[in-house]
Design a protein. Structure first.
Length: 103
């Protein structure tokens, strides 16, 4: 449905704990993260991640632009928008996943 000619807008919300569970091992986790990044590159799909913390209303919103860049913003600072490329975001995620304590 999300890949048809006139797809509907879609938004997903995932908690950071789900991304860190490692269910199925590193290869499965890597595949799942690549899938989320790929879906986030679609201009009609938004991916939100709610981070660990005391305020569950805060989340990171990830959206692709028609030019191929990725925009990120946190719900507690919506006026601050970071723009990056998918490869750079993938590198950041890889670094965070391999660090001892990414927080």
């Amino acid at each position: 449905m999300l890949h048809r000619e006139s797809p509907p807008p879609h938004s997903s919300i995932t908690h950071e704990s789900a991304l860190r569970m490692g269910f199925g091992g590193p290869a499965v986790t890597r595949g799942q993260l690549k899938h989320l990044l790929g879906m986030g590159e679609l201009t009609h799909v938004g991916v939100r991640v709610i981070p660990f913390g005391t305020d569950s209303s805060n989340c990171v919103y990830v959206a692709a632009t028609p030019t191929g860049t990725v925009r990120l913003c946190e719900s507690d600072e919506p006026e601050t928008i970071l723009t990056t490329r998918p490869a750079a975001l993938s590198s950041l995620i890889r670094i965070l996943k391999t660090s001892a304590d990414p927080r």
